[in-house]
Write a protein that binds this ligand. Structure first.
Ligand SMILES: Cc1ncc(C[n+]2csc(CCOP(=O)(O)OP(=O)(O)O)c2C)c(N)n1
Ligand SMILES: [Mg+2]
Length: 336
């Protein structure tokens, strides 16, 4: 029998999870709109469909734990606590953005919330996560590092090097693979000899499990339990969260490689209405309360867009600020 929601978390916290999923979805759909208006340019990868993973996982961690992700990371930053207005401004390239408009969609970074970055290089965040976990051990800190990555990252050399090193050095890393079955247009069965990703960690003697990534509570419980093990035993752990992205790989992708039938099966498992249904059935919330949350999130995204639109562009004099260039790598004339 399914455990009642309020035996797992108090009502207020459950509502918070719902709100974070709705805000993430609204934010992404707002980004899509701004992209079509030409206000967000470059690559834009949206997270719609996968919200239960970021929201459930973040709720299972402590705020001081580090989080790293790939380039589909707006929700991860916002759920962690980044101001949606500053995230939107970053996507617009404005100076009020999280990274002063210099990172853009794929490179959010917010040390105030221990969000240690989105990374555009597939698998690039894995060794950085291992390094951060090492820094925590070295400094005698209690925090752990949670590293999100996609199914497309598991055949990168960095994946194998990172898992090996994390186990060998007993580092407190929680690896979270968001298996949405596709790396751009390539289905996981066509790129991985063993498509059941969590089974691959036995080669590194790292315990692992698979969780339903469309169920925010299942993800929360798995991550909370795993995070406790990692924190107490100072050893890595691995979770495969099975999920689905509702949009194409990026805004430039019409996603013709997925059948309508496949998409509609997954859409019927949309984590947001599924959780709303449980909240209503178990009388944690009323429809009016849920509607209020949806309206409030739509407003927040409108405000974020307004903030981004009215924010100034970075000054051209800031072009080299925050860029690491050894003095001998550029000529004098390049420093203008
Ligand atoms: C090292 C490297 N190789 C190739 C690419 C091009 N690329 C960008 S996203 C992507 C697919 C990654 O898929 P996955 O890890 O499953 O993440 P998802 O997009 O599904 O969230 C690829 C191959 C890249 N960015 N970095
Ligand atoms: Mg993928």
């Amino acid at each position: 029998m399914e455990i009642k929601l309020q035996a797992i978390l108090p009502g207020q916290k459950l509502m918070h999870l719902y709100r974070q999923m709705v805000l993430s979805r609204e934010f992404e759909e707002g980004c899509a709109e701004q992209y079509t208006k030409g206000r967000i340019t470059g690559f834009l990868h949206l997270y719609s469909g996968q919200e239960a993973v970021a929201v459930g996982a973040t709720a299972g961690l402590h705020h001081e734990d580090y989080i790293l992700s790939a380039y589909r990371e707006h929700a991860q930053a916002i759920v962690r606590g980044s101001d949606p207005r500053r995230v939107m401004a970053e996507l617009f390239g404005k100076s009020t953005g999280l990274c002063k408009g210099k990172g853009g969609s794929m490179h959010l970074f917010d040390p105030e919330h221990n969000f240690m970055g989105g990374y555009a290089i597939v698998g690039g965040q894995l060794p950085i996560a291992v390094g951060l976990a090492f820094s925590s051990v070295y400094r005698g800190e209690d925090r752990i590092t949670a590293c999100f990555f996609g199914d497309g990252a598991v055949n990168q050399g960095t994946f194998h090097e990172s898992l090996n090193w994390a186990r060998l050095w007993e580092l407190p890393v929680l690896f979270i693979c968001e298996n949405n079955f596709y790396g751009i247009g390539t289905e996981v069965h066509r790129s991985s000899a063993l498509a059941s990703i969590h089974k691959r960690t036995c080669g590194y003697d790292i315990p692992s499990e698979k969780v339903d990534g469309m169920d925010v509570i299942a993800v929360y419980r798995a991550v909370r339990h795993a995070a406790e093990l990692v924190r107490e035993q100072r050893r890595p752990y691995f979770i495969e969260a099975v999920t689905y992205r509702f949009r194409g790989h990026s805004m430039a992708d019409p996603a013709k490689y997925r059948s309508a039938a496949e998409q509609s099966i997954w859409k019927s498992r949309d984590p947001i209405p599924a959780f709303a249904k449980r909240l209503l059935e178990e009388s944690v919330a009323t429809e009016t309360e849920l509607e209020g949350i949806r309206r409030e999130c739509t407003e927040l995204v409108k405000e974020a867009v307004q903030f981004a639109e009215t924010s100034p562009w970075p000054e051209s004099s800031e072009l080299w600020d925050g860029v690491y260039v050894p003095d001998d790598a550029v000529g004098e004339s390049d420093h203008v």
